[in-house]
Structure formats: C-alpha cells, structure tokens
Design a protein around this ligand. Structure first.
Ligand code: C6P
Length: 406
C-alpha cells in the first residue's frame, strides 16, 4: 500500500483538473495575445479561470490577481518590488517578517539585508505563531512592509492575520501574507481580512506545479519582477501558461466549494490519527489543533530521530516529512520547533504529517499501525545502541525540552 501524507509539500492533481487542462496543450494552444482565432480561442477559458480564482478568495473587481510561476516568485516579487518602490525610491528602510516564514521569504529578506535594508524577524510564541501586539511594537515610521504568513507549512498553525492586517492598515504600512498553506485548506476572504498582497500556489490545493498567483488589493502599483512583452497589463511578462492557469482555476474552485464540509471531514481523520499517535509515550504535537489547518500534525517523539522515522515509514510506502520539503535534503532541524525553543536534538525529532481531502480512513489506520511499529523498532535500536556505546557526557537521548513542550 502507498499512503501519501505530505500534502503540505505538494498534492496530487485532481483528475477533474487534469481533464480541464488537457485540451489546452494540443487543441486550443494559441497564444492568448495573438489576434487570430487560435489565440482568441483561449480567452474564454482564461477569463473563466481568473473568475474561479477571484471567487475562491472573494477578491473584488477592483483587485488584481496576477499569475506567476509559483509562490516563491510571488513572495520574491512583493519583497523586491516594495524594496524598489518604497526604500530605493522612497523614504522607508525597514521590513518586518517572522522567524518562521518559508525560505522564499526568509532568503529574500536576507538578500535585502545585504542591500542595506533593515529587517526585523519577529519571534513566535510557544504555539509557533506571532502575536499581533508583537507586530505592532516593531512597526516604525520607516517600515515599508509587514510580511506574515497566513498558515505555517510545518505546523499548520493559523496566524492572527485579521488583527495583523488591521494594525498595518491603521499604521499605513503595506501588508503581505504568504497564503500558500491557507488557500484551499481554510476559508480565505480578502474582503474580510485586510491584506495588500497575498501569495498563492496551485500545487498546494490539487492543482498543477509551476503556477501560482499574487493577489494585489485595489490593483495598486508594484514594480514588475519580470519585464518584457507587457503581458498581464505589464505586471508580469511572459506568455501566459494557459493550461496551468485553467488548472489553477479549476483546482481553486474545487478546493473552496463547500470548504467547511471538506475541513470537517479532513479534521476528523487528522484528529483520529493524532489521538492514536499521542498514545505513544513521550510524544507531543506542536500547537493546539483548533488553531491549525485541519490537515496538519507536527509530532515529536522523544529519542526518535525524524529522518530515521521517515526512512522506516518509507519502507512501508508512507510518505511524510520532517518539515519543509526544501529543507529536507540538508537534513535540517525543524525550523518552527527551533523557533519555539526546542534544542537541535529535539527539533530533529519533528515529523510533519499532512492529509488531504483524498485521504481515506483505511490509509489513516495503515499509518497508525506502521507509525507505532516504526517507533518501537527505532526505540529498540537506539536503546541497544546506547548500551554498547553510551553518549559521552550524558544519558542517551537526553535533550532539552522547553517547559511548555513537556
Ligand atoms: N512549501 C513545504 O514542504 P512554491 O513551491 O514556490 O509554489 O511554494 C513555496 C512555498 C511558499 N510558502 C509556503 C508557506 C510554502 O509552504 C511553500 C512550499 C513546501 O512546506 C515546499 S518547501
């Protein structure tokens, strides 16, 4: 049996999405900017897809949604353009973000720091979220942008975006949110929550990889990252990727219709899985369930190394991760666990399990059984290893657990 439990890394493309995309590869393949019928034939499907994405996040007609190649591009675009518009060509010099953003935000902020921009990386609380009062206390009259994610990819924790948006609005500071892990998982309404910019990625909600979008409130000005043929009104040049835009539209529509019902069904499976895993000794999960996206668990099993668990689960066809997929090749510790105060050893025990609307009860049972067996096996191995070769300077498996995690 193969069980995919890494849906925060990417998702299966829904069959209906593939079906909607297929004609646009070899039947309706014109360039939408061309004036002939091959080109114009693509336009109804494009506008339908754009409408589907607008509806999915409740954007208004005054707003812009610009398609990009991925959320990494959307995040880069906002940060680098605000730097050009408000810092190089304005009187600001400061950006506020958090310690637990995705690397596409953090690395871009590091790049901007090298260019002389002052960046504040806000600490998170014991649940791994940044509190609104913390954001408020770091905004100055030199702050150009606040960038805080809507939901975290490693823990699923949902950030108080509404309150943070209000603070930014009242202070006259631009607000960007990385909405990648929120759109399609929880209700996202950009008319209810004040955000100037929001990044999205289709492959997180059963759309194709290689297509994302940036939501821009009130179509405000933003220096383009890609200049060229003036596509999308000059906001992002490059021939429009019609099949992928069609796929993103369909995926957004499917993920967000009856979202409350979908959330309820996923949450029931996630909670059953989490309850079962928490019966293992010395185990905890990060963040209260009610504050998380309904599909995510970040679990830590004391003394059991995350990578070892992943390999063992992989042998039984179960795909999970230790955190962000882009950090996994470097065998890095879980970044959120580090941010909430765990030491490196403990942060290396984190395992991210992320379900999808396609996860079945049978798959949940399979994971419960194999997870428990894998923990028993790895604990047995490490205790026999500890007998032969005691850890110098300490008890085997000894690590610092912050009080709020015990
Ligand atoms: N996170 C994960 O395993 P792209 O692939 O560029 O469309 O999305 C990047 C991205 C941006 N923001 C957040 C919050 C994300 O979770 C991701 C992708 C994957 O957590 C791969 S590193």
């Amino acid at each position: 049996m193969k069980v995919y439990m890494d849906n925060n890394a990417t998702t299966m493309v829904a069959p209906e999405v593939v079906e909607a995309m297929v004609p646009f590869f070899s039947e309706v393949y014109g360039n939408p900017n061309s004036l002939h019928k091959f080109g114009t034939a693509t336009r109804p499907a494009l506008s339908h897809a754009i409408d589907q994405v607008y509806k999915a996040i409740n954007a208004s007609d005054n707003d812009d949604i610009v398609f990009t190649s991925c959320a990494t591009e959307s995040n880069n675009w906002v940060l680098k353009s605000v730097w050009v518009d408000k810092i190089l060509n304005g009187d600001k010099n400061h950006i506020v973000t958090t310690e637990v953003e995705h690397p596409s935000v953090l690395s871009t902020c590091k790049f901007l720091e090298e260019q002389g921009v002052k960046v504040t990386y806000l600490p998170v609380n014991s649940e791994g979220i940044v509190e609104p009062h913390t954001v408020k206390s770091f905004i100055t009259d030199k702050t150009a942008l606040v960038s805080v994610m809507w939901a975290n990819n490693e823990t699923g924790m949902i950030f108080p975006i509404k309150e943070i948006g209000e603070i930014c609005k009242s202070k006259g500071v631009l607000f960007h949110t990385d909405g990648v892990q929120a759109v399609g998982k929880i209700p996202v309404d950009v008319q209810d929550v004040h955000v100037d910019f929001m990044s999205m990625s289709a492959h997180k909600f059963h759309g194709p990889k290689g297509i994302g979008a940036l939501y821009i409130k009130d179509s405000q000005a933003l220096t383009p990252l890609l200049t060229g043929g003036e596509h999308m009104g000059g906001r992002r040049s490059g021939t429009l990727n019609v099949p992928y835009i069609v796929g993103m539209g369909k995926a957004a529509e499917m993920a967000t219709e009856n979202i409350e019902e979908k959330m309820k069904a996923i949450r029931a499976k996630r909670d059953r899985l989490e309850d079962a895993l928490l019966t293992l000794s010395d185990t905890f999960t990060v963040g209260q369930r009610e504050h998380r996206t309904p599909n995510t668990i970040l679990i830590s099993i004391r003394g059991v190394e995350g990578e070892g668990m992943l390999w063992d689960l992989n042998r039984f066809g179960i795909g999970a991760s230790t955190g962000s997929a882009c950090a996994s090749e470097h065998l890095e510790a879980n970044t959120v666990m580090l941010a909430i105060g765990a030491d490196h050893e403990l942060a290396h025990t984190g395992i991210r399990i992320s379900l999808s609307r396609y996860t079945t009860d049978e798959e949940v049972d399979y994971v419960i059984n194999h997870f428990k067996e894998a923990v028993a096996r790895l604990r047995a191995i490490s205790s026999s290893y500890a007998k032969v070769k005691p850890t110098p300077g300490g008890e085997a498996g000894e690590c610092h657990i912050p009080e709020h995690l015990t």
